[in-house]
Write a protein that binds this ligand. Structure first.
Ligand SMILES: Cc1cc2nc3c(=O)[nH]c(=O)nc-3n(C[C@H](O)[C@H](O)[C@H](O)COP(=O)(O)OP(=O)(O)OC[C@H]3O[C@@H](n4cnc5c(N)ncnc54)[C@H](O)[C@@H]3O)c2cc1C
Length: 304
């Protein structure tokens, strides 16, 4: 019987593992892909190179202690989590069923991909998925941000600070009461195109034109960069029948990262408090592990 099973291999899970190792919990981390989405550069502040922390270095830092015991990690896929009388049962593809007093779900979320002609060809040649990462590199450029999510709004607002022209391409209707929508509507270099469909990306070596359709009319927009912020799909299927989620499937958690079931915690992009940032995921994971530790202490499941 484990004290804690952490499911995931991204920054949330790694921070939790680090915390659990520090508290000498009998914990195991089960992950499909070590690092999760952290392979992307982490922008800490400003445009200078010194402010960047490459994801894999950060991962190394986090795992040095957590991975020091071989039995503490399992490379496997979790199929399902169920509740037993006084514990949880975690069903894995290869290692069978593992039992634990507490479980932390840190399985992340997958970005919705732009699926139109040209999108695959121009990936990393003008097309990206994180405007916020590159906002400071957009001086003088023509930028399109595709999406009507909060991330699309903040990405467009950040890009507008440096770019010559920003097109916010919203497939649906934006919430114009949102403070960021209002700020964007007043920016002279921002054009908001709502209720439209992205048809195609065109260009020679890099993306040059974004074609969208609005009111049945095609619009050809000259662009240097396109960022997709269509939203995330949470990897919460393994507990979908067990805990409460919001309408999009993100696991509902409180400030302590407790779910609606005692002993079951969630952190990072899969949880309802997600903010799609590595540093937030790290904080979430550590806090969730701390809550799991308190849970174990309160029930005298581990020595104080
Ligand atoms: C294109 C892109 C660029 C980004 N750029 C930045 C950036 O510059 N700066 C920044 O701060 N953030 C950035 N982010 C966001 C950041 O990557 C995420 O917020 C962060 O990785 C979330 O961490 P997580 O631990 O919650 O989940 P993830 O990193 O998604 O990790 C989830 C983990 O769970 C595992 N898993 C899932 N299901 C199972 C299962 N059933 N069984 C076992 N394991 C499972 C996966 O293998 C993975 O290891 C970017 C994201 C994207 C998509």
């Amino acid at each position: 019987m484990y004290d804690l099973i952490i499911i995931g291999g991204g920054p949330s899970a790694m921070a939790a593992m680090f915390y659990a190792a520090g508290k000498q919990l009998n914990a195991v981390t089960i992950y499909e892909e070590l690092g999760g989405k952290i392979g992307w550069l982490q922008s800490l502040a400003g445009p200078s190179k010194e402010h960047y922390l490459p994801g894999n270095e950060l991962m190394q830092l986090l795992t040095t202690r957590g991975l020091s015991r071989d039995e503490a990690v399992l490379h496997d896929r979790v199929e399902r989590v169920t509740r037993a009388l006084d514990c949880y049962r975690v069903e894995t593809q290869t290692y069978g069923v593992l039992e634990s007093y507490t479980v932390l779900i840190a399985t992340g979320a997958a970005p919705l991909i732009l699926n139109v002609p040209g999108a695959r060809r121009f990936a990393d040649r003008g097309l990206g998925y994180s405007a916020t990462t590159y906002a400071h590199l957009l001086a003088g450029q023509r930028v399109a941000v595709i999406g009507d999510t909060p991330r699309a709004l903040s990405g467009a607002a950040e890009a507008a600070g440096t770019a010559a022209q920003v097109f916010l391409i919203a497939p649906g209707m934006l919430d114009m009461m949102h403070p960021l929508s209002q700020a964007l509507a007043q920016q002279p270099n921002v054009e908001i195109i709502q209720n439209c469909e992205v048809l195609e990306l065109r260009g020679d070596h890099a993306v040059e034109t974004l074609i969208v359709e609005r009111d049945g009319q095609p619009l050809d927009l000259a662009v240097d960069r396109v960022f997709v912020a269509l939203g995330l799909v949470p990897n919460s299927q393994i507990v979908r029948d067990l805990v409460a989620t919001n309408a999009e499937g993100f696991i509902l958690v409180n400030a302590y990262h407790e779910t609606t079931l005692p002993g079951l915690f969630a952190a990072g992009d899969v949880s309802s408090t997600f903010s799609e940032q590595v540093l937030i995921a790290i904080g979430d994971g550590a806090r969730a592990a701390m809550s799991a530790y308190d849970y174990l202490l309160a029930r005298r499941l581990i020595p104080a």
